[in-house]
Structures are given as structure tokens and as C-alpha cells.
Write a protein that binds this ligand. Structure first.
Ligand code: ADP
Ligand code: MG
Length: 390
């Protein structure tokens, strides 16, 4: 009886990028011990590529013949996802290419995207084992939208020569980016130990960052027609319209994504933006709930809500509040607007600009990757990308 048969599913074919350098160098082992077997069971065909250098996956995803694959699977941390997104956005057919579904297998030290995907589908904190859950999402094959952020950077001396880099997790200047990059040389200890060591050191001697932070709060953004008070469906429609209007013909054949919310980096921000200036411990602009597998920063942050959560922590924050914040990121309560105080302020926004005033260079990261030091600004591009998830 034919009606009882499961319909024949066409075999899926993924290209799999593995970063042998990520995390403690175990990504290839994770592939051999787990991914390979699960894909075999799920009758998924894979073409495996081990990256040879930083930037290799960016180049590969810029050149790959996407029509041959049903998705790109990444066995690494957020840095390789970042590479792939930038490769896809650098293509002539970027608009189609960025819709290639990405499957994330946590193989790095910072697996924020993998964690956020598992959190969105389970709602559990602490998270269930992220590796099997991530593989399950890929095999199930449900495709979800994800916001992408565009970051415009400049060298302090060449503000006119701005460069666009795309991200999925977000940007940090201050405590965490310092810890992240300065502890690189302790990579072999594993992420938790190295982060903890540096965090303790850093909290003992807190550095101050003199910044001007400007932002377009979500509430003030009339152009998008979006509001936190309208329904998800209304927001979805507004997002779709915004996406349609948000690219432009740049020449005959190619079109580029326009950062319509960002004024030129060397010009003042519009009057609809808010501005704060002072000494900060850290400023983050984040697109996901998690910043690491065991660290939930914003439990209410959805990956496709068209928002960036800007969190400003002033340099006056006392250690007790900081430790409380640290605890909340581990116990799952995290940070929302409801926790706002004079020293820690979360603002859902569409775009923001940070101008650092220090003469010596500070560490700025996007998706855990080091970015040039100087003024920079970001805007969210709602639901531009795709990931396997629920
Ligand atoms: P982690 O979570 O451990 O930081 P990432 O996925 O972020 O892992 O990758 C870390 C860095 O490794 C990224 O900057 C990425 O560009 C780089 N990278 C990718 N492939 C290689 C390679 N074959 N050798 C060295 N570095 C690489
Ligand atoms: Mg990384």
C-alpha cells in the first residue's frame, strides 16, 4: 500500500568546511567521530574541505558553485561562519548566495551561533549537549532566517576609506574583546580556562575606554515601520518591505547591499540618533542570544528580529554589579532592558556608531575576529541570511 510509504527524499549534498585551527584543534576529530557517521545515517552526501589558512573559507565560498550543494556546513567556531558570510556577500550573486543555508557544528571555542540555534529550538538553559543538537538541526533540514549585520570600519587616519565587513554574532569593544584576543596565545588551554584566567586578571585591573556611542533606537526608527510593540507578523512584513528597498543597482549587472541607515562615517549622526560620550568598561552590539556556549547575554534576543542589542557598561560600574552580571550570564537570566541601571544600559537598536578616542589602538572584534581600530558603525540587515534550525 503506497500511502504507508515514506516519500523518497532526494539525497542532500553539503560542502563541509573544517577549520583544523579552531578551538583546541579538534574540529577534524569532531568531523570523523560524529559528523561523518550522522551524515551517513541520514544519507547526506558531503564534500569535505579542510581549511588551509585564515581566509581560505572566505575565498572558497566566494568561488564555490552553489547550485551543486544544499548547504554549507561549518565545523569550527564563529570565525569560520564569519568568513563564509563575507565570502558569500562578496559575490556578484550575493543576494541569492547569502540565502544558502548554513549548518553549524560547534568545533571552536566561541560557538555563539551554534548555541543560539540550539537555545532557540529547545529554550533550555543550560543548553543540552550542543554538538548532537546541532547535528540534529542540520539533518532535520529546516531552514530559518537570520539577521546579518554590516560593519563599516575605517583606519583612524583614513575615515573616508570605509570598508564593509559582515557579521552574524556582533561586535565588542572593551573587556571581552580584550580577553578574547589577548588570551589567544593560551588557546591550547581550552576556552573556559583561558577566558577565566584573563577575566580575573582584567577585573582586577579594569581598563577604561573613552568612547562616543551613537545609536538609532528601534523605537525611533520610523523608516522601517517596525516597533517592538507590533506583532511578529507585522514586523515580518515591514522587514520584507525594508529588504526589498534595501539594495540598489550599482552599475549594470551587479547590485550591492546599501546600508541605508548609516550616514557617512565622517559626518555627524542624524538627529533621530541618541549620543552618549564617556568612559566605558565595554560596549557590545549583539545579534544573538549567546556569546558562547555557556554564556547567554540576551535571552530575549531572537536571531531574526531585525534588532541589534547595544549594551553600554560604564567604567563606573562596581565589581559587585559586574559579578552579578557574570552570574546572570551563566544562570540564564542574562541582560534585558528591564535590568537597566545607571551603569549598564541595554538598547534595542537598528544601527549604532562607536568612535574611540584613545590614541593607542584598542581591540575591536566582530564575531570574535579582530577588526581595524578606529571609528566604526553597524546596521542590521533583517533576515538576510539562512541557517539550519527551528
Ligand atoms: P574559535 O572559536 O576557536 O576562535 P574560529 O572558527 O573563530 O574558532 O576560527 C578561529 C580563526 O581561525 C579564525 O580567525 C579563522 O579565520 C581562522 N582559520 C580558519 N582556517 C584556518 C587555518 N587552516 N589555519 C589557521 N587559521 C585558520
Ligand atoms: Mg573565533
Amino acid at each position: 500500500d503506497q500511502t504507508d510509504c515514506i516519500p523518497e527524499i532526494e539525497q542532500r549534498h553539503f560542502v563541509v568546511y573544517i577549520n583544523p585551527f579552531s578551538g583546541r584543534g579538534k574540529a577534524m576529530q569532531i568531523y570523523k567521530d560524529h559528523v561523518k557517521h550522522v551524515f551517513c545515517e541520514a544519507e547526506i552526501k558531503s564534500t569535505v574541505v579542510k581549511t588551509e589558512y585564515a581566509g581560505h573559507a572566505c575565498k572558497l565560498s566566494k568561488e564555490i558553485e552553489l547550485g551543486k550543494y544544499d548547504g554549507i556546513v561549518i565545523v569550527s567556531g564563529d570565525g569560520l561562519v564569519h568568513e563564509v558570510i563575507n565570502g558569500l556577500m562578496d559575490r556578484v550573486d550575493w543576494e541569492q548566495a547569502i540565502k544558502t543555508p548554513l549548518g553549524i557544528v560547534p568545533g571552536g571555542s566561541g560557538n555563539a551561533l551554534a548555541a543560539s540555534i540550539v537555545y532557540a529550538s529547545t529554550g533550555h538553559h543550560p543548553l543540552p549537549d550542543v554538538l548532537p543538537s546541532s547535528l540534529f538541526e542540520i539533518c532535520r533540514g529546516k531552514i530559518c532566517k537570520v539577521d546579518i549585520l554590516a560593519m563599516e570600519t575605517s583606519d583612524a587616519s583614513h575615515v573616508k576609506k570605509a570598508k564593509i565587513t559582515y557579521g552574524i554574532l556582533g561586535t565588542v569593544i572593551g573587556l571581552i574583546s580584550d580577553i578574547d584576543i589577548e588570551s589567544e596565545r593560551l588557546r591550547s588551554l581550552g576556552s573556559q580556562t583561558r577566558m577565566l584566567l584573563y577575566a580575573l586578571m582584567r577585573i582586577a585591573t579594569m581598563r577604561r575606554y573613552n568612547l562616543t556611542v551613537s545609536f538609532l533606537p528601534a523605537m525611533a526608527d520610523k523608516e522601517f515601520g517596525l516597533s517592538l510593540e507590533t506583532s511578529a507578523e507585522q514586523n515580518d512584513n515591514a522587514i520584507h518591505n525594508a529588504i526589498k528597498e534595501n539594495y540598489t543597482a550599482a552599475g549594470d549587472a551587479t547590485e550591492t547591499l546599501v546600508n541605508d541607515l548609516l550616514p557617512p562615517l565622517d559626518e555627524p549622526v542624524p538627529s533621530t540618533w541618541s549620543v552618549s560620550q564617556g568612559e566605558f568598561l565595554q560596549v557590545t552590539g549583539v545579534n544573538l542570544s549567546h556569546i558562547a556556549v555557556d554564556t547567554i547575554l540576551h535571552p530575549t534576543k531572537k536571531r531574526s528580529d531585525g534588532l541589534l542589542f547595544l549594551t553600554q557598561i560604564t567604567a563606573n560600574v562596581n565589581r559587585r554589579s559586574l559579578l552579578k552580571l557574570w552570574d546572570s550570564m551563566e544562570d540564564g537570566t542574562g541582560l534585558t532592558e528591564r535590568d537597566n541601571s545607571s551603569d549598564v544600559v541595554v538598547t534595542p537598536c537598528r544601527a549604532f556608531r562607536i568612535v574611540p578616542h584613545s590614541k593607542h589602538s584598542e581591540i575591536v572584534t566582530l564575531d570574535g575576529e579582530k577588526m581595524p581600530y578606529g571609528p566604526f558603525q553597524c546596521q542590521v540587515h533583517p533576515q538576510l541570511g539562512r541557517v539550519f534550525g527551528t
